[in-house]
Ligand binder design. Structure first.
Ligand code: PEP
Ligand code: MG
Length: 555
């Protein structure tokens, strides 16, 4: 125990499964200062040695991470590490840094920084998407060497080498950070920024990490090595708990495990109300790693596969073949269950690696209102067509649907449909997959009647619909109190969408987080939703709840 050894306790929005008891490690984020100074000629040799040692330490960092990744089903992280390690050992880089130290009499940090900037600016000028994307690799390598020169690792996320669970605390964690932490054996995280609907937390739920986001001021209150309890279900955190509370939470954690175990009986049952009304329960998935366990949760299909997360493990912007291989694996793992793939929803809160891969700017002044989802795809037709062609090819392996993100105009759906038809024609595919719109922008609700005429199904994305309707950023803890599912604006909007879908005779699903909220199950069923799609861990609790409800359709 470190933080004055006194228990400190707080609450945050409950946003992930499970209870985690472990020790804490802080993670710093952001840029760090680079000292620039001239050195005496007799310091040159020592400075070169410092640089060489930092490179050797950086290679060791890579090797340590590499070792940790061996055994993962996905090979992508290993490939990324190996290619970066090769760049780190590039003789040209080392020679130029050493030349700079020697001829300019400058310290190693300055020489590294200069060299990295020089290389990065060359990449900027190259008119080749793949090569330009290597710029971020070189910057990453530069940061790693600089970290080691500083004598402390400011770049590498922690790896859990203990049996004891490790929880990391930081200012903010992006979805990619979460994946990287998970791959390093970290079992939970707590952050100052973010909220219960942030993508990072959605990912955490998907992979079963316990986490709390939006815990303002936590960093000031903790020290490395502190013990911590995170109750993701109740939104409680305790630093340096007393032995009595640790015991209490251990008991509760085994209670949670027991409940999970007892729910397994529902995995084999169909999703029906007590009087037999069907309401399909599907899974929201993002990662291949989730596939092996998905079927154990008794899902009736995948209602939302967030394909943009392919970018979080890829080394380049996925081409048609990479997309296809991925989707074919998903279809095979689902063994005949229907799968709804959402076209890549890049932008907004998820810039992902798009910018590095393509050199195109995606972080707008107001990202949530900028080039995001279908808007971005329609600006990058080759990318859209690669994905459509891959999905069409994968549709030969089973029941596949395509979902379009961030639709706000009828013309967007018409254009996607037109391009889908062109691609199908080229591929000789005659059985077209269903094409549906995400309803997650208030304008889409208001034009739901006309949209329904050009869609085969609707899926309501409440995470964004709430954000855009209430003008409350889904990931901003400062306005989390306004991001309110009980706001009276929401229910009539849902009803409008259901009515339009029914009028046009198309199915309607919900794939936002609200779909997993037990307080809403009865209302959503009675409104007329055909299916609900949610994080894997929610499927069985919702099925159990549904089995106690009676269907009373709204007229
Ligand atoms: C939504 O907006 O509700 C949704 C499901 O999409 P995402 O959370 O990926 O934005
Ligand atoms: Mg959305």
């Amino acid at each position: 125990m470190n933080s004055a050894d006194m228990p400190i306790r707080g609450t945050a929005a409950a946003c992930s499964p499970g209870i985690m008891i472990g020790h804490l490690q802080k993670v710093s984020s952001g840029e760090f200062p680079i000292p620039e100074r001239h050195i005496e000629a007799d310091r040159v040799a020592a400075e070169i040695t410092r640089f060489e040692q930092a490179v050797a330490d950086s290679v060791a960092d890579f090797d340590r991470e590499r070792h940790h990744l061996i055994g993962l089903e996905s090979q992508e992280p290993l490939h990324i590490l190996d290619s970066q390690r090769m760049m780190l050992l590039d003789a040209e880089l080392g020679r130029k840094v050493i030349d700079n130290i020697r001829t300019q009499c400058i310290n190693a940090e300055w020489a590294v920084h200069r060299q990295i900037q020089d290389i990065a600016s060359v990449f900027d000028r190259i008119d080749d998407v793949y090569l330009r994307a290597r710029k971020s690799d070189i910057q990453h390598i530069g940061r790693r060497i600089l970290s080691n020169l500083a004598g402390c690792d400011q770049e590498v996320l922690p790896i859990n080498t203990n049996d004891e669970p490790l929880v990391v605390a930081g200012e903010d964690f992006t979805p990619i950070d979460v994946l990287r932490l998970w791959r390093r054996g970290v079992t939970g995280f707590i952050s100052e920024k973010g909220g219960p609907s942030a993508h990072s937390i959605i990912i955490a739920r998907g992979i079963g990490m316990t986490a709390l986001m939006g815990v303002d001021g936590i960093i000031q209150q903790i020290s490395d090595g502190d013990r911590i309890i995170i109750d993701g279900e109740q939104g409680v955190w305790i630093i340096n708990p007393s032995p009595a509370s640790e015991e209490e939470y251990r008991t509760r954690a085994s209670g949670v495990q027991r409940v999970t175990h007892d729910l397994q009986v529902y995995a084999a049952l169909a999703s029906r109300s007590s009087d037999g009304h069907p309401l399909l329960l599907m899974a929201n998935l993002e990662l291949e790693e989730e596939l092996p366990q998905a079927r154990e949760h008794g899902i009736e299909g995948v209602g939302l596969y967030r394909t943009e997360f392919l970018l979080s493990v890829a080394e380049q912007l996925p081409n048609e073949e990479m997309h296809y291989q991925h989707y074919a694996r998903v279809m095979a793992a689902m063994q005949g269950l229907p799968v709804t793939f959402r076209l890549m929803d890049i932008g907004g809160e998820k810039p992902l690696l798009f910018e590095q891969f393509t050199g195109h700017r995606v972080i707008a002044a107001n990202p949530a209102l900028g080039l995001r989802g279908i808007r971005l795809l329609l600006h990058n037709e080759a990318m859209l067509q690669d994905q459509l062609r891959a999905l069409l090819r994968a549709s030969r392996h089973g029941e596949l649907q395509i979902l379009v993100p961030m639709v706000s105009r009828v013309e967007e759906m018409q254009e996607v449909r037109r391009q889908l038809a062109v691609c199908a024609d080229e591929l000789g595919i005659t059985r077209m997959p269903s094409l549906g719109a995400m309803i997650e922008v208030p304008a889409a609700v208001m034009i739901a009647d006309s949209l329904a005429e050009v869609c085969d199904f609707f899926s309501i994305g409440t995470n964004d619909l709430i954000q855009y309707t209430l003008a409350a950023d889904r990931a901003d803890e400062e306005v989390a109190y306004l991001y309110d599912t009980a706001h009276p604006a929401l229910e009539p909007m849902l009803r409008l969408c259901v009515r339009s879908a029914h009028k046009a005779g198309i199915p309607i699903a919900m794939c936002g987080e609200l779909a997993a909220d037990l307080k809403w199950t009865e209302l959503l069923m009675n409104m007329g939703f055909d299916s609900l799609s949610m994080g894997l861990h929610h499927v069985l609790p919702v099925r159990k709840h549904l089995a106690c409800l009676n269907y009373r359709p709204e007229t």
